[in-house]
Design a binder for this molecule. Sequence first.
Ligand code: PLP
Length: 274
Amino acid sequence: MSNNFAIVNDTLMPEDKASLQVNDLVIQRGYGVFDFFRTINGKFIYLDEHLDRFFYSASKMRMDPGRSKEKVRELINELVSVNKFPDSAIRIMLTGGFADDGYTVTKPNLIITQRVFGMTTENDETGTTLASYEHQRQLPHIKTVDYIMMIWLRPFMNKKLVTDVLYHQDRIVTECPRSNIFIVTRDLRIVTPADNILKGITRKHVIDIAKKDFMVEEKNVTIEDVLYAKEAFITSTTRQIAPVLELDGTEIGNGILGDITRQLQNELIKSLLS
Ligand code: PLP
């Protein structure tokens, strides 16, 4: 049992009392969107951008949030003031709504939850090891609740002894199930896929940071480009910047956290704490 509070449709309640009717389309069909962001020392990280993406996802899924961004922001503030978790992760979700016919989007339900989630100020050296997997996420630019493939692939990952997978289509890589990928080429350009991905908020900030010192390109990246890269890393709200140490059993670069990834980590951590 948790002591966290949650919000369901503008009402604050203990999280273990928060519930939805079983005929909600998110339960019946997995139809819903969400966004996920952090607070560090009580400060919201990139809240405007997450709210913008949440409303974008809702509109692309033809769902009416039923409230303004300002109202959702007020609700988030209300939740934060009750939970009092300075370092946390907040999830805002909009469901397809209660649908007796099982397919018509009705009045979406809004759910906001918060968890304690500490920030790492150390450089992430552990990073990730990847196995490539041919798959294209449905509606990739929308942050839907569909993470079926990621969960379904757990035994594949265990068999390959990796910590994550890298999706690709005809050897053109897109992203990992919960993060974006970047490579540092041997001539020191920073390249990240542009198409068929979720445009991560961390990705955007890392591009901005990297542009100060490097040439950054958003364009196709192949599996071979990753294997041949000097360094590679993933970005996400949860992982920040984590080095990719290995892909399909081949070490990337020296197989350890590289200097450029470290530099970008340092700058991102500095900006998150400022
Ligand atoms: N790509 C996918 C498919 C994701 O689910 C996520 C985050 O969950 C990301 C990329 C990274 O996005 P962000 O940096 O906004 O967390």
